[in-house]
Design a protein around this ligand. Structure first.
Ligand SMILES: NC(=O)c1ccc[n+]([C@@H]2O[C@H](COP(=O)([O-])OP(=O)(O)OC[C@H]3O[C@@H](n4cnc5c(N)ncnc54)[C@H](OP(=O)(O)O)[C@@H]3O)[C@@H](O)[C@H]2O)c1
Length: 287
């Protein structure tokens, strides 16, 4: 029976450390880390995400300022808002809540965010830095959170076979690179992978980031594996569940994240971590 990895507890511990560092910045430099959250339109799910992010910021002493813009805003006007935020010295991090309305070219908007303020880690400069290795850029929050959860299990990554299912730019690809950086032997699977079951069955570390409820069957999981389930799927009953068949998988895995309560709390926590890093980096650049 697996150890259930408590994402809430891990996140709480890291948030405590972040708060101490935020307080220290304030005391020593009079600097309050600032996060600008840009919300375009009135998507109810996005509104909830933004509120949760603001609450988490408040709890650790980060000043978050919401910029709510109408869904009809032109791309040019949105770019002007981002340029202002790029120049604003009290703003250390900029978060563009996705999805953006269809008439706006998402890539153009994300590329306009200064790489120094890209706390989501989506800018090509930061994605490129991750690819090249070295620790200076911002890394996307969910993969960072996944790596912290793995660290919390104290299981070795070096030399292990890691299988990541899902190759999105925000989860699958970056987490595969981070696992590679930690010397795992990484396989990255996707919808055209020939025999997913066989690939999964070889994984000492399995990361599922697909978005399909229970696609990874419990009996595919290698006995003793560490399983990180990123999926967040709403069942017709309203219940939230992951990409891995949890009840069966937990009988085989050494450790497994639940959904909810696993990766989810870590994502917001890493946004706080990146915003603190952005504030600290700004001090370094000014010195
Ligand atoms: N907890 C959190 O904080 C958090 C954060 C981010 C995402 N999520 C959740 O994580 C899940 C994935 O998110 P995402 O943004 O990475 O999704 P995404 O962009 O839709 O990517 C899904 C990936 O899964 C692959 N896939 C789809 N069907 C497959 C199949 N039958 N077999 C193997 N691979 C398959 C796709 O392959 P192709 O590339 O071939 O299409 C794609 O690479 C979602 O449930 C999302 O809600 C959670």
């Amino acid at each position: 029976m697996a150890n259930i990895i408590d994402g809430k507890a891990v996140a709480k511990e890291i948030q405590k450390q972040i708060k101490e560092e935020v307080d220290g910045l304030e005391r020593r430099w009079g600097l309050t880390p600032g996060l600008a959250v840009v919300l375009v339109g009135e998507d109810p799910a996005s509104q909830v995400y933004v509120k949760n992010k603001e609450k988490a910021c408040r709890e650790v002493g980060i000043k978050s300022v919401e910029h709510v813009l109408p869904a009809t805003i032109s791309e040019k006007d949105l770019l002007a808002v981002i340029n202002q935020l790029n120049k604003n010295k009290s703003v250390h991090g900029i978060l563009i809540q996705l999805p953006l309305p269809a008439h706006i070219h998402g890539e153009k908007i994300l590329d306009a965010v200064s790489p120094h303020k890209d706390v989501d880690g989506f800018h090509p400069v930061n994605q490129g830095r991750l690819l090249l290795g070295g620790g200076t850029g911002f890394r996307p929050c969910t993969p960072l959170g996944i790596m912290s959860l793995l660290e919390s299990t104290r299981s070795e990554i070096k030399g292990k076979k890691a299988v990541v299912v899902g190759r999105s730019n925000i989860v699958g690809k970056p987490v595969a690179l981070m696992l590679l950086e930690k010397h795992a032997t990484v396989t990255l699977c996707h919808s055209r992978t020939a025999n997913l079951r066989e690939e999964v069955a070889r994984a000492d570390i399995l990361v599922a980031a697909i978005g399909k409820a229970g696609l990874i069957r419990g009996d595919w999981v290698k006995p003793g594996a560490v399983v990180i389930d990123v999926g967040m799927n709403r069942l017709p009953s309203g219940k939230l569940c992951g990409d891995v068949e949890f009840d069966a998988a937990k009988e085989r895995a050494a450790a497994i994240t639940p959904v909810p309560g696993g990766v989810g709390p870590m994502t917001i926590c890493m946004l706080l971590f990146n915003t603190l890093k952005a504030a600290k980096d700004s001090l370094q650049r000014e010195r």
